[in-house]
Design a protein around this ligand. Structure first.
Ligand code: BJW
Length: 257
């Protein structure tokens, strides 16, 4: 029986980890893409065609993220504990544009799809922290041109951020854990295969089996606020048995066992 008690870990998170914090996922039946067309808001072509509409969509989400009732949940906090207590490097790669991992206290993370609380100038590339609404009337503080300030998010057809660092970490880690993502958007959806090709142990923690669930050594289903803290406790106690363990797929109940 394989036991992972040390070695580098790479964790991938998606919208599901922030659902219980009050933020919407994308592809669930009540998710963002059930209400808004991807092609109208999440491509560079949409921004070129109708920047005001794209700004409206992200302004609304930026306001929601900063509302008083949005807070990190037990899953975000458990990953902070893992980062603090695991003896080797833990790299958190999030597809989420929210800042809930940082608010929970996570130190080392990559926002591969960008950050909602930053703006980037489409003309000169300048990136700055941004908490207010964006509009076409604003000018860049660096190049002074107007109309180019856009959300710092990565849209379809654009290159996700820090891919070299992520690919290197995936090939060198001991364990890859995917949390709260449907596994439908590349390149993140390909991380499990890449990791597995390097002999890395792989685990999925999600409400339901994702599109690529069969690619993982183990798949655990349940709400992130329950199954992530339970999984982290098992890891830190040296109790997590990897792909060769008898239970390859299991559902965790409210008691998290
Ligand atoms: C819970 C839960 C609870 C619920 N507890 N779980 C054809 C084939 C292959 C690829 C392509 C293709 N055509 C085009 C492409 C490429 C394209 C792509 O993948 N398209 C597919 C849709 C087909 N990808 C790109 O364009 C990317 N760039 C790219 O590929 O560059 C080239 C490249 C090549 C090689 C190397 C490197 C680069 C860019 C993708 C950008 C994605 N952008 C978005 C929007 C960001 C801004 C914003 O927030 O508005 O990112 S789209 C959206 O999807 C967002 C998310 O980060 C991303 C992933 O979504 P996520 O997080 O998985 O959310 P959901 O809703 O899908 O899933 C949530 C899950 O949680 C569900 O499973 C629930 O069950 C679960 N859940 N509650 C635990 N309480």
């Amino acid at each position: 029986m394989t036991r992972v008690s040390r070695g580098p870990i790479v964790i991938l998170t998606g919208a599901g980890i922030s659902k219980e914090s009050g933020l919407e996922t994308f592809r669930d039946s009540d998710g963002i893409w059930a209400k808004v067309r991807v092609d109208d808001v999440a491509t560079p072509e949409a921004f070129a065609r109708n920047p005001a509409h794209v700004h409206e969509f992200y302004n609304m989400r930026r306001r929601r993220l900063q509302a008083g009732d949005i807070e990190p949940n037990a899953a975000h906090r458990a990953l902070v504990e893992l980062e603090a207590q695991w003896p080797d490097p833990v790299l958190l790669v999030t597809q989420n544009v929210d800042d809930l991992h940082e608010r929970a206290g996570h130190q080392r993370l990559i926002h591969m799809h960008g950050e909602l609380l930053k703006a980037r100038c489409a003309f000169c590339g300048d990136v700055q922290a941004w908490h207010d609404d964006l509009s076409v009337a604003l000018s860049c503080r660096h190049c002074c041109r107007s109309g180019g300030l856009r959300p710092h998010v990565v849209w379809f057809g654009e290159m996700p951020l820090e891919m070299e660092t992520i690919f290197a970490a995936l090939s060198e880690c001991r364990l890859f854990v995917s949390i709260g993502t449907s596994g439908t958007v590349y390149p993140a959806a390909g991380f499990v295969s890449l990791a597995a090709s390097h002999g890395v142990e792989t685990v999925e923690l999600n409400l339901e089996p994702s599109a690529g669930a069969s690619l993982f050594g183990e798949s655990i289903q349940g709400e992130a606020s329950v199954i992530v803290p339970a999984f982290v406790q098992r890891l830190l106690a040296g109790l997590w048995a990897g792909a060769s363990a008898p239970l390859a797929s299991r559902a965790m109940g409210a008691r998290g066992n």
